[in-house]
Design a protein around this ligand. Structure first.
Ligand SMILES: *Cc1c(COP(=O)(O)O)cnc(C)c1O
Length: 488
């Protein structure tokens, strides 16, 4: 029996996983959720024997049930290969101060590679299975890391085009350089004058613009999404929570069957939602600690039961988490309330008044770290363990310390590390030593290499010398027109 996917907002169209992946988002603007939570059908002990690819197969077959074994293994083997700089794909680094699940060993050195390495294969396979003949246009709003990972994943993939929008002044220099130098005839990148929420809202609106969709269908295009609103992003992220657990057992952090906490640096709530799915599938998880930066809407929400975006948007040193509207929270609201009507009404209050009330009682704990706490954490862990955290990972580290102080919960914890420190080298160096405050963002790469005794990751070596291929900068109101122009 296939697990079918349906909208969080009540649209009664039930789709197979492959159809939901092609579609990206439901026609009523809701997100696709599985009609029933998939359940682990293997013994937990078995995960100790599997490498990343085998574990990925065992987990994904439970979620993406309409893919055949051959299809899934093809997608998995094509994604998790030597594009990653370690055989382990997602290694666990156990240190004195904390343990880190490193999700930044792929081509763009951020955790988005974990899902965006496989999404193009899942999508291409889905199109073939379902007889989709149109060219698939991937529209992506990015707070910095998704854009590059999606570009890298979809560049020159036959039958697809990709258009990425990023906040012109809201990403790191390395992130921007990575995107605007992207090669591939089917790629397009535009900076927008606005923030991530503006870009994401505009892109979501295009997905539900039926007139535009009909017009473009005539011209041979269908839209899909590479953002974490696509279930094809979420499903592959479940895998590494199982994988982390196996490594924690092997490292002696926990006994087989014991419980683990995960602390996740959170923006759009996709990564941590995958952990929630893993828990519901049967992984022994105690608490999921949702870490925010100064844009701490989620912290306030878990504490007070009110989600309220009526506040100033702050640009921080962890730009990939500078988000006020966390899209995937909608899925959690649906799972906790069990009601499409309720979810639809909360989402309508959000878009009308910028707030809603809902008490999310489950395994979630909200915490946050300020920029000062983030910097202090980087320095502390570097001095103690010679381990260098990036700014997002350091938000999680700071948040976890506060959680520990507040609760005394001594369940073993894994901090999910979402980016290489090289992606945010300037701020990382500044945290380690004030003398780097004015270092050039690209010179910072060499400096960090010297200070940390590690090598600059190959994908960003010499990034500032590459040719800029994408120069568009547009207003947020122009996004729709821009898309139409690109698809003339
Ligand atoms: C995207 C991103 C996050 C936030 O992840 P979500 O799934 O959006 O919550 C955190 N850190 C980094 C480095 C990221 O790229």
């Amino acid at each position: 029996m296939d697990i079918m996917f349906k909208s969080t907002r009540g649209d009664k169209n039930y789709l197979t996983a492959s159809k939901a992946i092609v579609k990206g988002i439901a026609d009523d603007g809701g997100l696709f959720v599985p009609e029933a939570m998939p359940k682990m059908d293997f013994a937990l002990e078995d995960i100790l024997n599997w490498d990343y690819r085998e574990l990925a197969y065992r987990v994904l077959r439970l979620v993406l049930t309409d893919y055949t074994e051959e299809e899934l293994r093809y997608c998995i083997n094509s994604a998790y290969d030597d594009k990653f700089d370690t055989e382990l794909i997602a290694p666990l680094s156990v240190n004195g101060s904390a343990s880190f699940l490193e999700l930044f060993h792929g081509r763009t050195i951020a955790f988005k590679d974990m899902a965006l390495s496989i999404l193009p294969y899942l999508l291409k396979t889905a199109a073939k299975k379902n007889g989709v003949s149109e060219e698939i246009v991937i529209l992506t709003a990015t707070s910095g890391d998704t854009g590059k990972a999606a570009l890298e994943g979809f560049a020159d993939v036959e039958g697809t085009r990709i258009i990425v929008f990023f906040p012109e002044d809201g990403v790191s220099d390395v992130q921007k350089a990575q995107m605007v130098t992207q090669k591939g005839a089917n790629t397009c990148v535009a900076g927008i004058r606005g923030n991530f929420d503006d870009a994401q809202t505009a892109v979501k609106r295009i997905f539900t613009d039926n007139a535009l969709k009909a017009e473009l269908k005539e011209r041979g295009y269908v839209f899909s999404s590479a953002n974490s609103i696509n279930i094809g992003r979420l499903a592959p992220q479940i895998v590494y929570y199982f994988y982390a657990y196996a490594q924690a057992v092997k490292a002696g952090m926990i006994k087989m069957g014991g419980k683990l906490n995960f602390t996740v640096p959170t923006g759009n709530f996709g990564n941590i939602l995958a952990a929630y799915y893993a828990k519901n599938m049967g992984l022994p998880v105690n608490k999921l600690i949702c870490a925010s930066n100064d844009n701490k809407v989620l912290y306030d929400f878990f504490k007070s039961g009110t989600y309220d975006i009526n506040r100033d948007f702050t640009v921080t040193v962890s730009p990939s988490m500078d988000i006020l509207i966390s899209s995937n929270l909608e899925r959690l609201l649906y799972h906790l309330s069990g009601s499409e009507e309720k979810t639809a009404s909360l989402m309508s209050s959000l878009s009308n008044g910028g707030r809603y009330d809902f008490k999310a009682e489950d395994c979630f704990e909200g915490e946050y770290a300020t920029v000062e706490e983030t910097f202090a954490g980087i320095k502390e862990v570097f001095e103690k363990d010679k381990y260098v955290m990036d700014t997002h990972t350091a938000v999680a580290y700071g948040a976890y310390k506060k959680y520990l102080a507040r609760t005394g919960d001594n369940t073993p914890n894994i901090i999910v590390s979402t980016a290489s420190p090289y992606k945010f080298a300037k701020d990382v160096l500044k945290a380690i030593d004030g003398k780097y405050a004015d270092v050039d963002p690209f010179a910072a790469l060499d400096e960090l290499s010297g200070v940390s005794g590690t090598l600059i990751p190959e994908p960003i070596r010499g990034i500032d010398k590459r040719e800029v291929l994408h120069k568009h900068v547009i207003d947020k109101e122009e996004i729709k027109e821009f898309v139409k122009e690109q698809l003339q």
